[in-house]
Design a binder for this molecule. Structure first.
Ligand code: NAP
Length: 253
C-alpha cells in the first residue's frame, strides 16, 4: 500500500494504460480521480472498481482544453481533497502527411499530446507547492528517442513531453515535487490494436520480430512502474525518463 491516503489524478483512464494505472494506484491505497473523454466507459469502469472496494471517481476531462481540465480538477478536489499525484497519460497517435496536415489538426494534436502536460500541472502545482510534496508522472513513449516513418508528428510531441518533464523537475524540485516520464514500448491497448488494424496485416509480426522478450507489454506492466514513481519509494527519482519497452531500445538494427 505504498500510495496509502494519496489522491492521484490520472488522465485518459477509461481504457488501456491509463485504466491499468487507475487500478494499480487504487490497489496501492490511493484515492484515484480519473478523467477521459469516453464518459460512458469511464463511469462504468469506475463502478466496477468501486464494487471491488477501491476508491475511484470519474470526471469528464478533455486534456486538450484548459477549461475542461480546470473543471475536472475542481471536481476532483471537491471529492477527494487536494491532488498529490498526477499522471499525464491521455494521448492519441498521429500518422499524417506533413503537407496535408492543417493548422487546426496540428493545434489539436499538440494540445492533447503535449500542451496537456502544462494544463494539468498548472492546476495541481499551487497546492503541491504549499504542501511541499507532489509527484508527477508523464507518459511519453519510446518514440521520443527513435521513431519510424509515417508517424508524423508523434515523435515531436513525445520528445516535448520529456523536455517538459525536465523543466518541471528542475523548477519544482525545491518544493519537493518530483516529475518523471515513463516511456512505454509496444503495449497491448486499443490504440495499438487500432494501429495494427489500420495498416498492413504483416505489421503485427514485423513489430514482434525485434522484441527481445518476444512479446508486447501488458498495460499493468507499465502501471507498476508509474505507481512506484508516484510513491515515496522513488523519493530521489526526479527528471528521469524510464524506458519500459522490454529492451527494444537496446537494439541497433
Ligand atoms: P488508448 O488505449 O487509446 O487510451 C487512451 C485513452 O485516452 C482513451 O480512452 C482515449 O479516448 C483517451 N483520450 C484521447 N484523447 C483524450 C483527450 N483529449 N482528453 C482525455 N482523454 C483522451 O491509449 P493507450 O495505448 O492506453 O496510451 C496511453 C498513453 O500511452 C498515450 O499517451 C500513448 O501515446 C502512450 N503510449 C502508448 C503505447 C502503446 O503501445 N499502447 C506506447 C507508448 C506510449 P479515445 O479512445 O476517444 O481516443
Amino acid at each position: 500500500m505504498n500510495l496509502a491516503g494519496m489522491h492521484v489524478f490520472v488522465t485518459g483512464g477509461s481504457q488501456g494504460i491509463g485504466a491499468a494505472i487507475v487500478k494499480d494506484a487504487a490497489q496501492s491505497g490511493a484515492k484515484v480521480t480519473f478523467g477521459d473523454i469516453q464518459d460512458a466507459q469511464g463511469e462504468s469502469y469506475a463502478a466496477i472498481l468501486r464494487s471491488e472496494g477501491l476508491e475511484v471517481y470519474y470526471v469528464h476531462c478533455d486534456v486538450g482544453i484548459l477549461e475542461s481540465v480546470e473543471k475536472a480538477h475542481e471536481m476532483a478536489v471537491s471529492h477527494f481533497g487536494i491532488v498529490q499525484g498526477l499522471v499525464n497519460n491521455a494521448g492519441v497517435n498521429s500518422s499524417v502527411d506533413p503537407v496535408k496536415m492543417t493548422s487546426e489538426e496540428w493545434d489539436r494534436f499538440f494540445a492533447i499530446d503535449l500542451k496537456s502536460v502544462w494544463h494539468t500541472a498548472r492546476c495541481v502545482l499551487p497546492a503541491m507547492r504549499v504542501e511541499k510534496k507532489g509527484s508527477i508522472v508523464n507518459i511519453a513513449s519510446i518514440h521520443a528517442r527513435m521513431t519510424f516513418p509515417k508517424f508524423f508528428p508523434y515523435a515531436g510531441a513525445k520528445s516535448g513531453v520529456i523536455g517538459l518533464t525536465r523543466n518541471l523537475a528542475l523548477d519544482e524540485g525545491e518544493f519537493n515535487i518530483r516529475t518523471n516520464a515513463v516511456s512505454p514500448g509496444y503495449t497491448l491497448t486499443p490504440i495499438l490494436e487500432n494501429w495494427f488494424k489500420s495498416i498492413d496485416q504483416k505489421q503485427r509480426q514485423l513489430s514482434m520480430d525485434p522484441q527481445p522478450l518476444k512479446r508486447f507489454a501488458h498495460p499493468s506492466e507499465i502501471a507498476k512502474v508509474v505507481t512506484f514513481l508516484l510513491s515515496d519509494d522513488a523519493s530521489f527519482v526526479n527528471g528521469a525518463d524510464w524506458i519500459v519497452d522490454g529492451g527494444l531500445h537496446a537494439r541497433y538494427a
